[in-house]
Design a protein around this ligand. Structure first.
Ligand code: NAD
Length: 297
């Protein structure tokens, strides 16, 4: 392996510590803690783990966590009424509805009901629009975390060729917008892209957000490129009945060529919740009309 390892776990710990310091200062100024409400509908085991971790880390950062667990057969009207109540609740600065929702619920309708000022996931069309036109708003946590890792590694990204593989609203599209705002030359590749290896070979920065285990091979990577692997895929492990996590990048071959690379686990994954806490603190300051210096967190 010649690539430097990008330690997202350590970076996320540092970010959470900074959020903690600022959260204490916020509490002293506002006379209350910043608050994050998380809504979980149904009993998806992976979602339950995420929600539990979010709750724990919110409290550890000195913020209030409000968890709302609803049964899988919750009706749309009931869910929307809860979101409206959270919109009106002054102790709640950020609202996150854990996705995916059960099939009978319309995700876009639920997201559209969240106040854009409390949309700390950055999924509301108003926040997607703000990102597209360069206005301040909330940016989805995972791509913002990827950008933080890239800037930490590379400094100025201006003029770099960036290839984002994947065009989801949650990762690929906002990632491309963020890189464009940093003056990268951005290519968005997706399932219909022709000759993906050749497209990726032009990239100084590769962000893989596909959901296909170890798809991106070392011989697709330009020597010295920085590779950010967003993928989280569970595959059969070496031992019978055990599984292990791998990314969308074939780490063994890519790390022999890349200049720097995120591991899976321990790369992008830990950044998502840390950025969620950061976004919640930003929301709290805005909701109280308090200043938070742009470079504070
Ligand atoms: P998605 O399924 O919504 O989107 C996948 C994208 O990949 C699509 O736009 C599709 O066009 C593209 N794609 C599919 N097959 C392709 C192919 N053969 N070649 C090129 N492009 C192809 O997924 P998502 O929500 O964007 O998530 C992507 C991955 O990132 C998943 O593994 C997911 O688990 C992971 N993820 C991780 C975090 C985190 O916190 N680290 C957060 C969100 C998602």
């Amino acid at each position: 392996m010649s690539a430097a390892l990008i330690d997202g776990k350590a970076f996320a710990e540092g970010l959470r510590a900074k959020v903690g310091v600022r959260a204490a200062a916020f509490e002293a100024q506002a006379g209350r803690k910043a608050g994050l409400a998380v809504v979980l509908v149904g009993e998806d085991p992976a979602s339950e783990v995420y929600v539990r971790n979010k709750g724990k880390q919110t409290v550890a950062a000195g913020m209030e966590s409000f968890e709302h667990k609803l049964p899988a057969d919750t009706g749309e009207a009931e869910l929307l009424a809860l979101v409206e109540r959270l919109n009106a609740d002054r102790s709640v600065d950020g609202i996150l509805v854990q996705l995916p929702l059960p099939a009978h619920l319309d995700e876009q309708k639920v997201i559209a009901t969240i106040s854009p000022d409390k949309d700390v996931d950055g999924f509301h069309v108003i926040n997607a629009g703000r990102l597209a036109v360069g206005l301040p708003g909330f940016v989805p946590c995972t791509p913002l975390g990827c950008l933080m890792l890239l800037k930490d590694r590379l400094g100025d990204l201006s003029g770099k060729n960036a290839v984002v593989i994947g065009r989801s609203n949650i990762v690929g599209k906002p990632m491309a917008q963020l890189l464009l705002a940093e003056s990268c030359t951005v290519t968005i590749a997706h399932s219909r892209t022709r000759d993906l290896p050749e497209v990726v070979r032009r990239a100084d920065i590769v962000v893989a957000a596909v959901g296909r285990p170890e798809m991106v091979k070392g011989d697709w990577i330009k020597p010295g490129a920085v590779v950010i692997d967003v993928g989280i895929n569970r595959v059969p492990g070496a031992e019978e009945g055990k599984t292990r996590l791998v990314g969308d990048v074939d780490f063994a071959s890519a790390s022999a060529v890349a200049g720097a690379i995120t591991p899976v686990p321990g790369g992008v994954g830990p950044m998502t919740i840390a950025v969620l806490l950061r976004n919640t603190l930003v929301a709290a300051h805005r909701n109280e009309g308090l200043e938070l210096p742009a470079d504070a967190i």
